[in-house]
Design a binder for this molecule. Structure first.
Ligand SMILES: *[C@@H]1O[C@H](CO)[C@@H](O)[C@H](O)[C@H]1NC(C)=O
Length: 509
């Protein structure tokens, strides 16, 4: 019977040609993860996996089967059961790597945003670009039974100046949960990975676990780098204090990154606490940062220029502490979950996200609006994606941009604030043109960045009420002629570097 359940989940995924090594899906009850078939508690023995030094741009570590094979076997030998991947390209095929991962007994925690499609902490927006790319990633991975969960954000709010960004992440969380509820037969957990800023860590912990069911995370990760070297202990490192802070929390918590490298080589004394009696009551394991040696010097292995791999001292050190640790925990049926969801944190000058969240981006609303415009951004404006921000700034200096702007502190979201940048620019050019009564073509020029267009609707009335069905076609099939849609997250612009730091953990020392 139990085998049948596992097999049918895999068949629903319809992505495996063989059932030989299907891993049982992991499920959540209360504060713990469980194997949904054996009902044993599941503890994460994980590693962050995002090799990147040998690549110049987009990095999808789950699209190169030879590299997956090379690495997953070594991970299995080390005793790992989970990887965290920060970025994929959802247009690639991942079947082979996911199969190899299963064969190695490894689960996947996947961050669903990518630098170019993410919420930027200093200037947060949640638009169609981000949402459609996230949907594409959910579609690409929701069928694999060894997906342990999705992260909707990593350290987005990371200090007391960037708290408003959390309202945007929570909107993405809501839409991700609603989408998965209708698009996936299995309940795949969705979580958030926090940084460890003393000013706001408690607010973030509560914020993402408060409110309606579909606006709450299913698990919480803390990127924790407080334990450095062997001269501190569980009690003195700060780990014990963090444990106190999650007593009474209602969902699983784990270390979504750990492994301070201030003292090298690392001997990982904290692992004995993470996977031992100190922490297994309250925590569900952790993820070592990180697999490959990169500029920031956290590697367990080195990927050589010929694409072979050499283990570094940290690999053997981690292996030796991990090997004897086999936490058992509780059985799912013997465990009853009693903790309640959190109370939303009070608004203060240090915690400012409005309870009113941004709306789900609607392609229908934006397309409807576009069809009402007589003046739009020209191809020249649209092609030069990087300059769209500059062009928008210029026009917003000439007339109010309220309709395309959002304010997560005030909880005010302009009716086209989640449209694509090129659509916003078109809307504004048309607005300016309309000020002149739409009779003077020179008002639709902007040095060639604007051009006249034939409107198929007399006004945009009603457009902002158009909502996309949550299960519209998969994200990849959304095509707008206006969409600047190249996938190259590691290229371009100041926002990308912010977003990159955000995605990669903000620990690029
Ligand atoms: C906000 O954070 C900064 C930097 O960590 C800190 O110096 C400042 O005191 C904080 N503000 C408040 C009101 O605590």
């Amino acid at each position: 019977m139990t085998k049948t359940i596992a097999a049918s989940v895999v068949l629903l995924g319809a992505l495996f040609s063989s059932l030989t090594y299907a891993l049982n899906p992991i499920t959540i009850k209360g504060t713990k993860f469980f194997d949904s078939v054996t009902k044993d508690q599941f503890f994460i023995k994980g590693v962050a996996y995002q090799p990147r030094t040998l690549h110049s741009e987009v990095i999808d570590p789950l699209a190169k089967p030879a590299d997956c094979k090379r690495d997953f076997e070594l991970m299995k030998a080390l005793g790992l059961n989970t990887i965290r991947v920060y970025q994929v390209d959802n247009r690639q095929n991942h079947d082979e790597c996911m199969k190899l991962m299963e064969a190695a007994g490894i689960y996947l925690l996947l961050d669903v945003v990518a630098p170019k499609y993410s919420i930027v902490r200093t200037n947060p927006e949640y638009d169609l670009n981000t949402w459609s790319n996230v949907k594409g990633t959910l579609d690409a991975f929701k069928g694999y039974s060894n997906v342990l969960g999705f992260f909707v954000g990593n350290e987005v709010t990371n200090d007391n100046k960037t708290t408003v960004a959390s309202a945007y992440v929570k909107a993405l969380l809501r839409d991700t949960k609603n989408y998965l509820a209708s698009a996936s037969s299995r309940k795949i957990p969705v979580g958030y990975a926090n940084n460890d800023d003393p000013d706001i860590r408690l607010q973030i912990q509560a914020y993402f676990n408060c409110g309606p069911d579909n606006e709450r995370i299913d698990f919480f990760g803390i990127n924790l780098y407080e334990w450095c070297g062997t001269s501190v202990t569980y009690q003195t490192s700060g780990y014990a204090d963090r444990s106190k802070e999650i007593e009474g929390y209602s969902i699983p918590v784990f270390l979504s990154e750990f492994g301070c490298n201030a003292i090298m080589p690392r001997t990982f004394p904290e692992v004995k606490s993470i996977l031992g009696p100190d922490m297994t009551d309250l925590w569900s394991g952790g993820i070592v940062y990180e697999w490959s040696q990169e500029d920031n010097n956290y590697g367990l292995v080195k990927i050589n220029p010929d694409n072979s791999v050499s283990t570094l001292p940290d690999y053997a050190n981690l292996k030796s502490v991990l090997a004897p640790l086999k936490p058992v925990g509780v059985k799912m049926d013997a465990y009853s979950a009693t903790n309640k969801a959190s109370t939303c944190p009070a608004l203060t000058p240090m915690w400012e996200p409005n309870a009113k969240l941004p709306p789900m981006p609607s392609a229908g609303a934006c397309d409807c609006m576009m069809s009402s415009l007589s003046c739009v951004a020209s191809d020249q404006a649209v092609v030069t994606t990087e300059s769209l921000g500059t062009l928008l700034n210029t026009i917003c200096g000439m007339t109010s941009c309220d309709d395309i702007s959002s304010n997560g502190k005030a909880g005010v979201y302009g009716r086209y604030s989640s449209c694509l940048p090129s659509q916003k620019l078109s809307y504004m050019y048309n607005k300016y043109y309309a000020i002149a009564g739409k009779k003077e073509p020179t008002f639709c020029s902007f040095n060639g960045m604007a051009k006249l267009s034939t409107a198929s609707k007399p006004t945009d009335e009603g457009c902002s009420d158009v909502k996309d069905a949550i299960m519209v076609a998969p994200a990849e099939t959304y095509k707008s002629s206006q969409a600047p849609y190249s996938f190259s997250p590691f290229l371009v612009s100041s926002t990308s570097s912010t977003a990159l730091a955000m995605v990669m953990g903000g620990l690029l020392i």
